[in-house]
Design a protein around this ligand. Structure first.
Ligand SMILES: [Fe+2]
Ligand SMILES: [Fe+2]
Length: 311
């Protein structure tokens, strides 16, 4: 039997069409519609289908046409992307520890954790493209690239938290990143940089979709209460919340790790840290609905729903 025939004989399980983020992961594993290898194969296919070359996209950028705003944007993006590796390293470790903790108690949750930890290898690799593309531009254009001490500082691994809260925070972080890249892609006039920003933005949207899928699986399992999702969403969307990043009058200074959205320089030229705030809010409300089934449409509704779940 050929590989293609083998694939078609098992239907969508091992993926014969366009790869995608596996829908309803908890049900698929609980009802044994899919094995971990089915799900990991789909993750792998999706990763392969979406690969791109940072080198090739960088070659298409006309450096002499980059504006002051473009230069400012890529400098900040390079620093922000440095924090993705510790994020992915942490998810890999935490998800495997959680997998072992759930084994024998709820084997389906254990499998969801293993699927999440395995996917983090693709996430880490994809973020490497973002980090290196923007920091290469910082180096090549002498835009104050991160020095060694900064690289080491930005690699600090975040402290552990409950897995559902962690996945929700990562979904929020990807929403912020995706909207920021797409908004600035509309502002830059250099087509090569625009193509790079759109490519990176498309990756961030896929990452968001994966975090939503894993978070939804944990809520669907009944092992993780939905209030954790609302608590993190509230942290982002409340007035003065994380969505407003470094524009807030006060941002937390942490010894433990670096939140990229707290460390962007002030707005400059065409770049504003408030680019796409409304879009970020709408996507966060949608994320809450996709993960929990609860409909929220404003910061007040997020807070009220959260407090209703805490009571
Ligand atoms: Fe990224
Ligand atoms: Fe991302």
């Amino acid at each position: 039997m050929t590989a293609a025939a083998a694939m078609s004989s098992v239907g969508r399980k091992t993926g014969t069409g366009e790869p995608t983020v596996w829908p309803d992961l908890y049900a698929a594993l609980a009802e044994r519609e899919a094995s971990l290898l089915d799900i990991i194969w789909e993750q792998h296919r999706y990763h392969e289908h979406r690969r791109w070359s940072a080198e090739r996209l960088l070659h298409a950028i006309n450096f002499s046409e980059l504006s002051a705003s473009d230069r400012f944007f890529v400098t900040n993006a390079g620093r922000a992307e440095l924090t993705t590796k510790p994020g992915a390293d942490r998810v890999a470790r935490l998800a495997d520890a959680e997998c072992r903790r759930w084994l024998g108690k709820d084997d389906t949750v254990a499998k969801v954790m293993q699927a999440c930890g395995t996917w983090s290898r693709y996430w880490n690799e994809e973020e490497a493209h973002h980090e290196m593309a923007f920091n290469f531009l910082s180096l090549a254009l002498r835009l104050d690239p991160p020095d060694d001490a900064t690289v080491i500082e930005y690699r600090k691994i975040f402290p552990d938290d409950d897995m559902l809260r962690t996945l929700t925070l990562l979904a929020c972080s990807e929403i912020n990143a995706a909207v920021t890249y797409n908004e600035y892609a509309r502002r830059t006039r250099e087509p090569g940089l625009r193509a790079l920003l759109l490519q990176v933005g498309a990756d961030e949207v896929q990452h968001m979709r994966y975090f939503i899928a894993f978070a939804k699986a944990l809520v669907d399992s009944g092992a993780y209460p939905a209030k954790g999702v609302l608590a993190i969403a509230h942290l982002f969307v409340r007035p003065g919340g994380e969505i407003y990043g470094a524009t807030r009058p006060e941002t937390a200074t942490r010894e433990t790790h670096v939140n990229w959205w707290d460390h962007l320089d002030d707005a400059e030229g065409d770049v504003s840290l408030l680019m796409g705030v409304d879009k970020k809010l709408q996507m966060t409300y949608k994320m809450v609905e996709q993960v929990t089934g609860l409909v929220v449409n404003s910061p007040d509704e997020v807070e009220d729903t959260w407090l209703g779940l805490v009571d």
